[in-house]
Design a protein around this ligand. Structure first.
Ligand code: CTP
Length: 433
């Protein structure tokens, strides 16, 4: 085995970037093996550090074989002069904890150091990235949320989690991001951190403080964000109505991503089957008129407005309070135009920073650019309606003053996170148009 590892090592060029991959004791530990493989494939040097509990889920031998490096396990091991907790961290460009259990997150938030991995984190001189993985009840527990908020405030980057089927059989928030997505996030982070270090106007600033500066740019702590989501329903009579196929998934993902970045989120939602992201101020509406009222009442307080809802452009002129009885002849419905909520908000004397969406079935670029200009919004995210509506994934093109930015096909939460990072950047620049 040793021989094979040495050959593999010799074939690869020495990686410029090195991370410590901290693995803690949760069932998602098995995904860390794939994550290590994907990072190594991108020529990122990985040194695995496992807690005692992690070794119950995945073996050090597996991680050693995949990374080609000895695994860090025990603070009492004398092989590294008994100083592994200092020396290993010094050589790293980042520490990535994946999976991070609720227990380990609590330890990090309180600065505990009772095993090698927590000691490495406390003694580090490099950025910390944390990918939580836990049961949904543990995730929703206020103690966990408090600990995560503390970690984020201390400058750590929290990656995920996402919602989905859990190992315990339940469904909900707390599932660790997939290895592919984590590998991409980590690689992007390392890349931007490298360029940040290269162009830092304050090279004398210690690494840790530069990390905090970088993250304060990406965070939206205390920023008030108003989001519309889902379809609207325009009544025809007591039991029938006009609506559309919007599921609300994108709007809810936007709300979730904004919460993760520390924003205070109000979610005005049309009828959907989705659970509201924990921590949002939720306002349920049915029709476009109700959505418009809900937005008008709250917009003065918003720093950012994101219109994701598929608002019906028309409502029935004279909806019937009773069920309309079937007749022999033709039935004609009179329709009246609905107010354009996004255009109204963007046209306010002191508008919040406005982000619009465009669902187009053809000529995506031309229609989207025209829509952005007509509604006077600084940032517009466009997608093809037939690919996006109701789907779990989509491809977005962002239009702003700087041109177009493609967000390649990915699940809606990943897209929402990328959109929010872009929004935060433009919002901070403070010159939207
Ligand atoms: N929007 C809105 N109020 C409306 C219609 C649309 O706030 N009455 C917002 C949507 O939330 C989205 C953007 O405007 O952010 C574009 O919506 P879209 O349905 O793509 O376009 P429309 O303006 O309705 O134009 P069309 O249907 O002709 O494409």
């Amino acid at each position: 085995m040793r021989g094979i590892m040495e050959q593999t090592r010799a074939k690869r060029t020495a990686p410029e970037t090195r991370i410590i991959l901290g693995i803690t004791g949760g069932i998602a530990a098995y995904k860390a093996a794939e994550l290590a493989r994907l990072l190594v494939k991108q020529n990122i040097g990985v040194r695995a550090a496992l807690t005692e509990a992690a070794t119950r889920f995945i073996t050090p031998v597996t991680m050693q074989a995949l990374t080609g490096r000895p695994v860090l396990l025990n603070q009492w091991d004398c092989a590294e002069n008994g100083m592994a907790h200092i020396s290993a961290g010094r050589a790293a460009d980042a520490i990535v904890i994946a999976p991070a259990t609720a227990d380990f997150i609590a330890k990090l938030a309180h600065g505990l150091a009772d095993d090698l991995l927590s000691t490495l984190c406390l003694a580090r001189d490099c950025p910390l990235l944390v990918a939580p993985a836990m049961n949904k009840q543990m995730w929703e527990n206020l103690a966990t949320q408090r600990n995560l908020a503390q970690l984020a405030a201390d400058g750590a980057t929290v990656l995920g989690p996402c919602s989905g089927a859990q190992a315990c059989g339940e469904e909900g928030m707390g599932r660790m991001l997939e290895a592919e997505e984590l590998a991409q996030e980590v690689a992007e982070f390392l890349q931007s951190n490298k360029s940040m270090n290269a162009i830092s106007p304050t090279p004398t600033l210690p690494r840790r403080e530069r990390e905090l500066v970088r993250h304060s740019d990406e965070r939206l702590d205390g920023v008030k964000i108003l989001v519309t989501a889902g379809p609207t329903y325009e009544a025809i009579d007591a039991v029938r109505g006009i609506t559309n196929r919007s599921s609300g998934k994108m709007g809810y993902a936007v709300a979730q991503a904004a919460l993760e970045m520390g924003a205070e989120v109000t979610l005005v939602s049309g009828p959907t089957a989705l659970e509201k992201p924990h921590g949002t101020q939720a306002v349920d509406v049915i029709s476009a008129a109700e959505m418009f009222e809900a937005v008008k009442q709250r917009v003065a307080d918003a720093d950012i407005f994101i219109g994701v809802a598929a608002v019906a452009d028309y409502r029935v002129a004279q909806p019937s309070a009773q069920k309309i009885k079937k007749g022999e002849g033709k039935l004609t419905l009179g329709l009246l135009p609905n107010p354009d909520i996004l255009a109204y908000v963007a046209g306010l004397p002191q508008p919040p920073f406005c982000v619009g969406f465009a669902a187009e079935s053809e000529n995506l670029r031309a229609h989207a650019a025209a829509k952005r200009a007509a509604k006077k919004v600084p940032l517009l995210a466009a997608n093809l309606a037939q690919q996006a509506i109701g789907a779990d994934e989509n491809e977005l093109i962002l239009f702003d003053d700087g041109g177009e930015h493609l967000l390649p096909r990915a699940d809606k939460l990943a897209q929402a996170r990328a959109l929010l990072r872009h929004t935060a950047k433009l919002y901070r620049q403070g010159k939207p148009r």
